[in-house]
Design a protein around this ligand. Structure first.
Ligand code: NAD
Ligand code: MG
Length: 391
């Protein structure tokens, strides 16, 4: 029996993780869970799964939850320290890191430092703290399993090689991208899209922030950086290929000309279940892939003119140091401003570029450097947005 700490339980990845736990009560148990403000959703989770400890983002949310769940033997807590504590709890075997954004970094690291198997959905934590994050994984000899579908596919296509063995046999990692809802749209139409249009992903149902990132290709940029840290490669060893059907989740190309791909219907339950059950596999209830029905798979190049975020992410990688935390923070602010209808869709990449160019990029010596870069970049982005000085 594996005890799970589910960080971000009320989100899209959280719900899919709960689905897998519910399908396999003999294998997995929800021990601890967290959410930010979604009290009603968390109350449902408490009644169904009866975890030991639950952490909310504020005292108010904690109090409301405790009231709704009166009579259940659950410890209701709130705040950052409690979040770190549920991830490192002795009754937890695996931490599912599924908080949205940079806020996921600290609790994910707390789980790693406690030696927990780490299922990483929260790509922003690895993107921002890259080397420090991977150093902690190595220091605590932690099993790190990527949940992002592309990285999970790469992991599955790199048998035994994730920690470096046989790395010399790999010539390229091929990262697939759906292209998002505006893949074929001309720039002038993209300028006036609404948050509702941008959130409507053609193949995946996801949280708002990652849906906007998918539409702007920032998600692929973050994933490019994520792949570099996870698999110890550089952007020069990664090809991004747009694949609108989202059936091939990514590929690894070997020096003998072989290309190994992982395919499935697009459903996050598959990589989640893979991470939870590795090295075995468990059923997921996802319908099997019917290649005859699908009939055709298409591949094309990404358009870096209409989607500059992808290039910005590669630039940030080569700039190194705090550049990736800077870009990520600018993007979190820009996406929130777009969702609040303060800026247009194309302005997201403009804010990202301006902030990346304006911020001082320094070497990362410790976590404080990452937090300072994040703080300063948010300040710069908010300032630019309030003054409209980003275009
Ligand atoms: P979501 O918005 O649906 O859920 C986010 C969860 O995090 C919620 O439980 C929310 O309460 C919690 N949360 C948000 N802000 C928080 C904060 N400041 N402090 C503490 N908790 C907070 O997001 P999602 O789509 O489930 O994505 C979660 C993570 O997984 C993201 O990093 C995303 O990039 C990654 N991811 C998601 C998918 C997907 O299909 N949804 C695929 C790959 C990777
Ligand atoms: Mg992905």
């Amino acid at each position: 029996m594996q005890g799970i700490c589910l960080l971000g339980a009320t989100g899209s990845i959280g719900q899919s993780t709960l689905d897998i736990i519910a399908q396999h009560p003999d294998k997995f148990a929800l021990i601890n869970a967290s959410a930010n403000e979604s009290v009603d959703k968390m109350a449902d989770i408490c009644r169904r799964f009866k975890p030991q400890r639950v952490v909310m983002g504020s005292q108010k949310a904690r109090d409301e939850l405790a009231q709704q769940c009166h009579g259940l033997a659950i410890s209701f807590e709130w705040g950052e320290e409690a979040l770190d504590s549920i991830a490192s709890d002795s009754s937890v075997d695996q931490v599912m890191a599924a908080i949205m954004g940079f806020a996921g970094l600290k609790p994910t690291l707390a789980g790693i430092r406690a030696g927990k198997r780490t299922l990483l959905a929260n790509k922003e934590s690895l993107v921002t703290a890259g080397k420090l994050f991977m150093d902690e994984v190595a220091r605590h000899d932690v099993m790190l399993l990527p949940i992002d579908s592309e990285h999970n596919a790469i992991y599955q296509s790199l048998p035994q090689t994730v920690r470096g063995a046989h790395k010399q046999d790999v010539s390229k990692v091929i990262l697939t991208a759906s292209g998002g809802p505006f893949r074929t749209w001309p720039l002038d139409q993209m300028a006036s899209v609404t948050p509702e249009q941008a959130c409507k992903h053609p193949n995946w149902s996801m949280g708002q922030k990652i849906s906007i990132d998918s539409a702007s290709l920032m998600n692929k940029g973050l994933e490019l950086i994520e792949a570099c840290w996870l698999f110890d490669i550089t952007p020069n060893q990664v090809d991004v290929v747009v694949h609108p059907e989202s059936i091939v989740h990514s590929m690894v190309s070997y020096l003998d000309g072989s290309v190994i791909a992982q395919m499935s219907n697009p459903d996050m339950k598959i990589p989640i279940a893979y991470g939870m059950s590795w090295p075995s596999r468990v059923e997921t209830n996802v319908p099997p892939l019917n290649l005859i029905d699908i009939a055709r798979l298409n591949f094309e190049s990404p358009d870096l003119i209409r989607f500059p975020n992808l290039k910005l992410a590669a630039d940030a990688w080569f700039m190194g140091g705090t550049a990736m935390a800077t870009l990520n923070a600018a993007n979190e602010i820009a996406v929130a401003a777009f969702l609040n209808r303060q800026i247009g869709f194309l302005d997201i990449a403009r804010v990202n570029e301006k902030v990346l160019m304006a911020a001082d990029i320094v070497v990362v010596n410790d976590l404080d450097d990452v937090f300072e870069a994040d703080r300063y970049s948010r300040h710069l982005a908010l300032d630019m947005i309030s003054r409209g000085s980003f275009s």
